[in-house]
Ligand binder design. Structure first.
Ligand SMILES: Cc1ncc(COP(=O)(O)O)c(C=O)c1O
Length: 442
């Protein structure tokens, strides 16, 4: 009998998955444990990507593995239209964990799918079509979610009509530019909504991330969120928080919307709910969610027993250990440390973040964003066993979103590695400046 290696077909993974996008030297991982990933040679790397923000409880958490193993042996899959005991259990627990006194859960599989579900709910509830999203937003890459995602080169693949969406300015709290201020952006939002009415498409919903992650760790700030909710109410449209990344303790509270006074009509959750298994949902008041008629939003794997079993134990662990408290303490420590570094280094600026969602920018000698430096930073850190993503709307932000369970020793490793990388880049930079000065000398 022939085996796979004897077959002649050649297979490669599509470029578009982005695996090769980060750095050509990205290792191939074969094992994970807590905050660490291990490559095929056994070398360990501190995972400050946190599995793209999905591994809040760390890789291979023993209780998550146990719950998955038990469920694997009982019932993996029913198809979305048949109920299971574990799915009902997760719904009840999500209700307890959510900021809604009465909570309905609309299960989906990925974040982007959940965003599309939320937009459908908003359209059904308001009987309006248009959605307002924000500049630099990221809501996923399926063709429907792309409508709300901000980057032009991504949005170009959306199949939805142009008049389905308007993008309004979103604050950049560390910027001195008046057009990035909370006041300016709230005023601009009112104008965007007016524009929607003027073109004959009153908005169904305003969709936003409480902290923009993909485009550079940019917190909206409480004042902006309160303002958005108040403005949405006055125009009778819904507010939807995309908490796919900010949820499940990441930013120092169970959800961003768990803070009193900033609870939106709908929340979209995903990533850390499955701590590595794909499961997502739109949640909100039943009167809103159930405006969407039965059967309009289903997919084969939504509410799958295996993923629900993991979601259920994730919530147990969260309620028992409240990892958001640790995330808040640790995050403050790391941001303070980065601020110290930024005082002494001209290569990094604007350390910021909430909980364990932390970012800072790499800048050149004129203080301008430097994508080259961000890449060099990432590469040097990786050589020292620390991985994170760099990117953002100026391609120069270093983004740190480690698991929330990071311990003292690991925090020290993270901070000392960042400090070493900055020191090396300072040395490289001074050599470069010296060379530049010599070349410029007539
Ligand atoms: C804020 C936000 N929304 C939506 C998504 C899309 O989620 P998914 O990749 O699971 O489709 C992401 C993914 O990174 C995200 O960060």
């Amino acid at each position: 009998m022939r085996n796979f290696l004897q077959l002649e077909n050649v297979a490669i993974e599509a470029d578009s998955t982005g695996i090769s996008q980060m750095l050509s030297e990205t290792p191939i991982f074969s094992r994970g444990s807590g905050c660490w990933l291990f490559d095929t040679s056994g070398k360990r790397f501190f995972d400050a990507t946190g599995g793209s923000g999905a591994i809040n409880l760390g890789h291979q958490h023993p209780r998550v593995i146990d719950a998955a193993m038990v469920q694997l042996q009982k019932l993996i899959h029913t198809g979305c239209k048949l109920q299971s005991d574990i799915r009902g259990e997760l719904v009840t627990k999500l209700g307890t964990f959510s900021p809604y006194k009465q909570c309905a859960v609309l299960f989906t599989v990925t974040g982007a799918e959940a965003i599309e579900a939320a937009l459908k709910v908003a359209r059904a509830y308001t009987e309006r079509k248009l959605v307002i999203a924000f500049e630099r937003s990221y809501h996923g890459k399926t063709t429907g979610a792309l409508m709300a995602t901000w980057r032009e080169e991504l949005k170009a693949y959306s199949v939805l009509p142009e008049n389905g969406i308007l993008h309004s300015p979103y604050p950049i709290l560390h910027s001195l530019n008046q057009n990035h201020s909370t006041e300016f952006c709230l005023e601009a939002l009112k104008q965007t909504i007016q524009q929607a009415f003027d073109i004959g498409y009153p908005p169904a919903a305003i969709l936003l991330e409480p902290i923009q992650v993909t485009e550079g760790i940019l917190p909206a700030g409480r004042e902006f969120l309160e303002g958005v909710i108040a403005i949405a109410k006055s125009f009778k449209c819904l507010t939807i928080f995309d908490e796919i990344y900010t949820g499940f303790g990441r930013c120092g509270t169970p959800f961003y919307a768990s803070q009193p006074g900033i609870t939106p009509d709908l929340m979209v959750i995903g990533k850390a709910l499955g701590n590595g298994l794909p499961i997502s949902a739109t949640i909100g008041n039943p009167a809103v969610i159930n405006a969407l008629p039965s059967g309009i939003q289903t997919s084969t794997f939504s509410g799958q027993p295996l993923a629900c079993a993991v979601g259920s134990v994730v919530l147990d662990i969260m309620l028992e250990t409240m990892p958001w408290q640790q995330a808040r303490r640790t995050g403050t420590l790391i941001v303070e440390f980065l601020k110290e570094l930024a005082i002494n280094s001209s290569l990094i600026s604007a350390p910021r973040g909430e909980g364990l969602m932390i970012g800072f920018d790499c800048v050149d000698c004129q203080g301008l964003p430097s994508p080259e430096l961000a890449k060099a930073f990432t590469k040097k850190a990786m050589a020292k066993g620390l991985i994170f993503f760099c990117g953002g709307f100026e391609d120069s932000t270093i983004k740190l979103t480690p698991p929330l369970i990071v311990n003292e020793e690991e925090i020290q490793f993270l901070m000392s590695t960042l400090a070493q990388v900055i020191a090396e880049l300072e040395t490289d930079n001074s050599h470069y400046m010296e060379k530049l000065a010599l070349n410029l000398t007539p």
